[in-house]
Design a protein around this ligand. Structure first.
Ligand SMILES: NC(=O)C[C@H](N)C(=O)O
Length: 327
């Protein structure tokens, strides 16, 4: 059974250098850390050696195409190693561009490769176990013995070894010493699995609100040429009157605005007046269900790239939130 290991960098491949932690290991070092497993042939693919906080969306799309090429050339499963800081963006892209039953696992580490109690080797072995399990769990992030659906995953801790949560969807599986306990398969994602992966996505900015904020940042995004804007609003999806005016300006210029919540849990709903969600909806903003801001940003960029001008972005965004059928 052929399993491709695609490495992009991140802490799993980092060691202490003169200026701090730096990516130092390549894919062959990662392969060397894996136990030999009978029947599994690891194919090493050195995609890049960079921290994830330095990756652009174009870099991530290139990695998606690299993973696709591995499946196309006959790999049974693919494991992608990646820095954890922006793994949720990468995972959301993978969750949409690969089918819901794809044997694709993303993993990384919270601790560098040169510390005695590192987590990288264990995560990598767990990722191979999940990717090659008898029953596929679908595109997943595996860290700290827990698999969560790639489409749902978000980083929830700066240093804990169980760094990712599947939000309300929970875990897809638990993995312990190579033994897998499957719990659920993704009910969302896979919408773009049959579409070509573009070189880049339209610019979408993310603006987080805080008490007393005015519309400066939102309007700066309009000026900077954002094709879409995601607002991490208050509570259940509320802003204030200054932000409302900026949203009206953006929508008036044909720039879609998605509303999420800075609380990062639960769904947003257009309920309140006085600059609240009901006013934002009347201004033409789109409510993004339970998507967190960073995942909604990728969702909107994908919707801008894959929707027709006639339809607009709302139908595809809605299908991403509600487990709609693939395009
Ligand atoms: N744990 C990590 O991988 C963080 C790292 N700084 C990154 O590349 O995202």
């Amino acid at each position: 059974m052929r399993v491709s290991l695609v490495s992009t960098g991140g802490t799993i491949a980092s060691r202490r250098g003169e200026l701090g932690l730096e990516v130092a290991d390549d894919v062959h070092d990662l392969v060397a850390s894996l136990p030999t497993t009978t029947g599994i042939q690891i194919v090493p693919v050195d995609f890049s050696g960079r921290p994830s906080y330095g990756l652009s969306i174009a870099d991530m799309l290139a990695a998606v195409r690299c993973v696709q090429a591995e499946f196309d050339s006959g790999s049974y499963a693919v494991v992608l190693t990646h820095g954890t800081d922006t793994l949720e963006e990468m995972a959301f892209l993978c969750g949409q561009y690969f089918p819901r039953d794809a044997r694709l696992v993303l993993t990384g580490a919270q601790r560098a490769a040169d510390v005695p109690d590192g987590d990288g080797a264990r995560n990598l072995a767990d990722a191979v176990a999940v990717a090659t399990a008898d029953v596929p769990v679908g595109p997943a992030i595996v860290m700290g013995g827990t698999a969560v659906a790639a489409i749902e995953g978000r980083k929830v801790h700066t240093s804990s070894l169980v760094a990712f949560s599947g939000g309300a969807a929970g875990a897809s599986a638990l993995v312990e010493a190579g033994v897998l306990l499957p719990l659920s398969t993704p009910s969302r994602g896979g919408l773009l699995a049959d579409l070509p992966v573009p070189d880049d996505l339209p610019r979408v900015d993310l603006v987080t609100l805080s008490a007393g904020v005015d519309g400066t940042h939102l309007l700066a995004s309009v000026e900077a040429g954002a094709r879409g804007i995601v607002v991490e609003a208050f509570g259940s999806g509320n802003a204030n009157t200054a932000t409302l005016e900026a949203v009206q300006t953006a929508v008036g210029k044909g720039i879609p605005v998605l509303i999420t919540s800075r609380t990062r849990n639960g769904v947003v709903r257009p309920v309140y007046g006085d600059g609240g969600g009901a006013d934002l909806e009347r201004a033409g903003a789109i409510f993004a269900g339970d998507l967190t801001g960073s995942r909604a940003r990728i969702a909107l960029a994908l919707a801008l790239a894959h929707s027709s001008a006639d339809d607009g972005v709302a139908p595809l965004v809605h299908r991403m939130i509600t487990a709609g059928a693939p395009c």
